[in-house]
Ligand binder design. Sequence first.
Ligand code: ADP
Length: 436
Amino acid sequence: MNQDWRGNLIRRLLLLLGACLLLGLATGQYAWMLVIGLSGYLAWHLKQLLRLHEWLRNRQTNEPPPDSHGLWGEVFDSIYHLQRRDQKARDRLQAVIDRVQESTAALKDAVIMLDRDGNLEWWNLAAEHLLGLKTPQDGGQPITNLVRDPRFSEYLESNNYAEPLELPSPTNDRRRLQFHITQYGNREHLMLVRDVTRINQLEQMRKDFVANVSHELRTPLTVISGYLETLLDNVEQINPRWLRALQQMQQQGGRMQALLNDLLLLAKLEATDYPADNQPVAVDLLLLSIKNDAQALSAERNHRISLEADAAVKLKGSEAELRSAFSNLVFNAVKYTDDEGDIRIRWWGDEQGAHLEVRDSGQGIEAKHLPRLTERFYRVDSSRASNTGGTGLGLAIVKHVLLRHRARLEISSRLGHGSTFTCHFPNTQAVRRGSR
Ligand code: ADP
């Protein structure tokens, strides 16, 4: 094809030169005829070039290029085909974009794209309802200007998005939103926001139900336990056949009371996000009093309980909550360690934060149970647990209290070789003497 056009062009040029020479022969003016012929040829090419230039500058979309013949006709045709192909590709891409936009617009969840600095790049319709984003004014704005909760900024900057974040909606306090963030490309963020108000309400109803039942059961149980105590106080007037039954009733009543107290405590821990009283707690003194209580609990079982605590390291948080978490760990060590066993309590601080370790020389726990220990009512061995009078809620309370104090629980244990429960508190919770 190319060869064809090159040949064609040369042929035409030779034809033109031949015609000019013929005219030159007829008139005797060779040079003039050649000049006139070639100038005409050049003028025609320039005209075509100008038409092309004109069309490129003023062309409307889809307007075909001008008509011509010869080489220029071929050039214009090729440009026209390229233009059609380009248009088709653009139409196809636009159709894909339209479908993606339509489907994301139909989503009930908000989809938001943020650049690497956390500025808004694109969002769907649901984002306008859930977060109150405005199109197009909010484009390019930092997302933290629109979702103003400090927990959100902290979450966005943490770069740790393994767990979603739940917050009230910035447009309506009664709505709860769940934020999922995924990083992609060049540290850009894709954010999905779901309305979890309904799930939250159901969860709240469950919590309220447990809290209300526990609360309502407390009064009748107190009355029954009170009468049992009075009866047992007057042991000499009781038929001896009833004595054992009454003693067992009192023991089980005590267990039920402990269970209700633990359920109420858990309900209270779940009801609020973060302890209201956030004063530095003297953990060494707290542990000393827990150690004394543990010694009393151990009584004639004679455990050797040691305490090593750094008085210079304090902990921001709720003293009552920390007491119940730490005493659960220490009392468990007493309950699940054979008589005269060793229990070591250690409290110290280092560059990672502050740590509490409760180590015992007890029966230990099989590895398969470790991940489930903090579940409510999870017991390694229910017969063993019922002897110890445990409620099965102790470690669930520990987990909740630690979560509220931004700490985590590490459990390591081997069957027959004792267990170690360690609470790791971050530096933000620790207060060191002189650095307050
Ligand atoms: P419980 O009230 O039954 O002690 P927890 O939630 O405190 O409930 O503990 C759950 C289970 O974990 C217990 O039933 C027990 O089997 C096991 N466990 C907890 N602490 C220890 C420990 N120090 N040594 C061995 N087993 C333990």
